[in-house]
Design a protein around this ligand. Structure first.
Ligand SMILES: NC(=O)C1=CN([C@@H]2O[C@H](COP(=O)(O)OP(=O)(O)OC[C@H]3O[C@@H](n4cnc5c(N)ncnc54)[C@H](O)[C@@H]3O)[C@@H](O)[C@H]2O)C=CC1
Length: 465
């Protein structure tokens, strides 16, 4: 339920004609008929499920509304009865099995490998359960998710398919031992999330579900790292610090997040920095198998780690590897909106000096911005920094306790830097960072990550191969 890819159906017409670089994946009309038949049967389906499995009947109530939903009560029920439905990996495997058994044609609408989807759904379940007593947070997250899911053609009927499959999965996993009350609590939770997604989808009707883009420039700056520029057919508004999910035609239905590496440009071009994380994934397709003229699709902009509420403070940017994309966009933005006297520090981590792949843009920024101090931190090989790691370098180079910090890069570097900054006196609500799955939150747990919600984002790149 979290990242775009794991909601039950992606049956949008636009996705039914994706071309696969020479491998036409046009779907036959029979599959389209099946889809429309599914839409037409949406109400009948629920009735049928109740008739076929009366003991596990899906409660026929309206989706809970924000005010009416007693999430805390459902949270208690769910938490007290986790044993029968955990590990979630098993529950989720049953869920997709049940879904594809009932609706085999849905399988082809998902990426070949389901691992990524399953991992995201697991994180989403935990996120929902952990935040059920704060429904407003779930609503915020799901509203954005619903906006994003428009690119997949998700329709309300798909949430019902998902619900039925969840119900079936709980039954299979527990051997029918899940208490009816507990099952209903789960379904209410999922329905509440779905209501937020439907609202988010409706709210976004004025924008396209996805933007079509053409690659205008593709530079391999390292053997495994490309800087790619894309022009969208329709204007693509975003804020520096945000990111977009991208789908390559080489891997239909597989979307991965990449940060915009510049401020919005007058010519409307977008720039992304992508390092190949392994064979066969989106990063592989984008770095080694994408050429100028190729088309891509982009989801709507996401993320809240922008300069919008930076409180006018001095800025500390900590970036590692292609996390530099985030740092660069934020610094460019700062240079455009900077108030006199305001200063910025950049700690830029790279494994080797050759891995400082965007040196020209960096020196342009340095020349233009006398208020910017740059500390490159090379970790390996000749020229390695005496500071050792990025986190150590921060500790040695001054007092940043009054700054606002933005941290972006490999999960381990982000974790080390965030904890080091907290140790140096920077309060959690002034440390913005990429979400890191499994990272122990700072004490106040008030830091803003992007996106709001479970840890989905660039960290996931490593799992895409
Ligand atoms: N492409 C994009 O738009 C964005 C990517 N990211 C994330 O940034 C990361 C960049 O990865 P690469 O370029 O391959 O970085 P990399 O492996 O080249 O490392 C960059 C820096 O991080 C440090 N580092 C790496 N592993 C570390 C560890 N275990 N502990 C402490 N420090 C460590 C390195 O010493 C170096 O200073 C990826 O995880 C990606 O998901 C984040 C934001 C935007």
């Amino acid at each position: 339920m979290t990242a775009a890819d794991e909601i039950p159906g992606r049956c949008g017409r636009e996705e039914s004609t994706i071309m696969d670089n020479g491998n036409s994946r046009t779907r036959d009309s029979r599959k389209g008929d099946e889809y429309h038949a599914l839409l037409a049967r949406r109400d009948a389906m629920r009735l049928r499920d109740q008739m076929l499995a009366p003991s596990r009947a899906v409660e026929k109530t309206k989706s809970p509304t924000y005010d009416a939903y007693d999430g805390a009560a459902d949270q208690e029920l769910i938490v007290q009865n986790l044993a029968a439905v955990t590990p979630f990996s098993e529950l989720i495997a049953h869920l997709y099995d049940a879904m594809f058994e009932r609706h085999p044609y849905l399988r082809q609408l998902f990426p070949e490998s389901m691992e990524f989807q399953k991992a995201h759904l697991e994180r989403a379940f935990w996120f929902l359960i952990e935040h059920l007593h704060k429904p407003e947070e779930i609503t915020t997250f799901c509203t954005q998710l619903g906006r994003d899911h428009r690119k997949l053609g998700v329709q309300p009927v798909h949430f019902q398919v998902f619900e039925v499959a969840l119900s079936e999965a709980m039954y299979r996993m527990s051997g029918g031992r899940v208490d009816q009350e507990v099952e209903q609590a789960w379904l209410r939770m999922v329905r509440f999330a779905a209501a937020g997604m439907v609202a988010g989808s409706k709210r976004a009707l004025a924008e396209p579900p996805a933007w079509h883009g053409t690659v205008t420039s593709h530079q391999l700056r390292r053997p495994d790292l490309a800087v790619i520029r894309v022009r969208t057919a329709e204007p693509y508004p975003y804020q520096p610090g945000q990111y977009a999910t991208i789908e390559s035609p080489l891997l239909p239905h597989t979307w991965r997040p990449y940060t915009f590496a510049t401020v919005p440009a007058p010519d409307g071009e977008l720039e992304f920095h992508i390092r190949r994380t392994g064979p066969g994934g989106v990063s592989d397709a984008m770095t080694l198998h994408t050429r100028v003229g190729d088309t891509l699709r982009l989801g709507p902009p996401q993320g809240t780690a922008t300069l919008d509420d930076d409180q006018g403070r001095d800025v500390l940017i900590v970036a590692g590897g292609t996390g530099w994309a985030t740092g660069r966009a934020l610094l460019e933005d700062l240079s455009q909106r900077r108030a006199p006297g305001r200063r910025a520090h950049l700690f830029l981590g790279a494994r080797t000096s050759e891995d400082l792949y965007d040196a020209q843009a960096l020196s342009r920024l340095e020349n233009r911005c006398p208020w910017l101090r740059v500390v490159p931190v090379i970790s390996d090989g000749p020229g390695a920094s005496p500071d050792g790691s990025v986190a150590e370098a921060i500790a040695r180079h001054g007092d940043f306790s009054q700054h606002i910090a933005y941290v972006s890069g490999p999960p381990a570097m982000v974790t080390a830097a965030v904890w080091r900054l907290a140790g140096l006196g920077l309060p959690a609500d002034r440390i913005r960072h990429d979400p890191v799955a499994g990272m122990v939150p700072l004490p106040s747990h008030a830091q803003r990550t992007r996106p709001t919600g479970p840890a989905v984002g660039h960290m996931a790149e490593g799992a895409q191969v």
